[in-house]
Design a binder for this molecule. Sequence first.
Ligand code: PHE
Length: 339
Amino acid sequence: MKEKLQTIKAAAQNALAAADSENIIEELRVKYLGKKGELTAILKQMGSLSPEERPAMGQLVNEAKQELETLIAEKKEALKAKATELKLRAETIDITMPAKEINAGGLHPLNIVINDMIDIFQSMGFDVVDGPEVETDYYNFKCLNVPEDHPARDMQDTFYLAENLLLRTQTSAAQIRTMETRKPPIRVICPGRVFRADEVDATHSPVFHQLEGLVVDRGITMCDLKGVLEQFAREIYGSDTKVRFRPSFFPFTEPSVEVDVSCSECGGKGCRVCKGAGWIEILGAGMVHPNVLRCCGIDPDVYSGFAFGIGIDRITTTRYKISDIRLLFENDKRFLEQF
Ligand code: PHE
């Protein structure tokens, strides 16, 4: 019986050593240690031994059983570790692969300039207001003292969406909306997109940008307008910038002016940027027309005010020496990446 036990044990050990899957190990466990297993069979034969032989033999069988159980557990563990290792190796990431390029975004040059302009006017106490791009005839023209058949409408031909609904031609519409909702003293700016039916070329675009300014209070004069615009021009173009007022006409201001700044590139001598003029026209302005104040319920005998409309695209192209306004709208990354 002892020899038989040795043989079974040795056979089991060999088989286990060669086993390379959990299934095989399980089969071996059943074959040797299961209810009908070979080792179990020996235990059952113990009854045939004499009482003196029984304890020693019992101990041997139990030892063999324990040894095999440990061996099976170890073998299972080893197989599991090996499987994990294989899985990890298969799942490793190749970190030498080139990564996808990430394109960092940036502010559009127009927005850089708009932000700078807002900073300058905020430091002078102006609030920023917003207005709709789709306007009614009333806000864009009528209340701005441009009646239906006024010839000034020709200069601002635009896109009509319906009889009285149009894409705003000027941010001046914000003047009316502001005076309807605020009482003097008023000090606001309104930057935004405006639209006109223009042919596209290097200096014209059917979409462009303006920054409207409006101040209404008691005793506001043209001196205040001049002071604010001179301060603005110096901050945008440098402290030795000169400002020039030329008489002009706008239906909603009286008197009206066109405002030029000395060319920051040549200092006024004339160059490519100012097209030889020495001056660059950047805005229209004037004292708010009494009819406009009256239309908004503000008494022109008590209050006066000034307004201005700055061309943001012009400021941007002269600041960055951009020769063609179309570059601002084409979304060419090679151009935009430079800012
Ligand atoms: N809205 C005028 C334009 O687009 C500019 C302007 C604004 C003039 C405010 C006077 C006062 O041409």
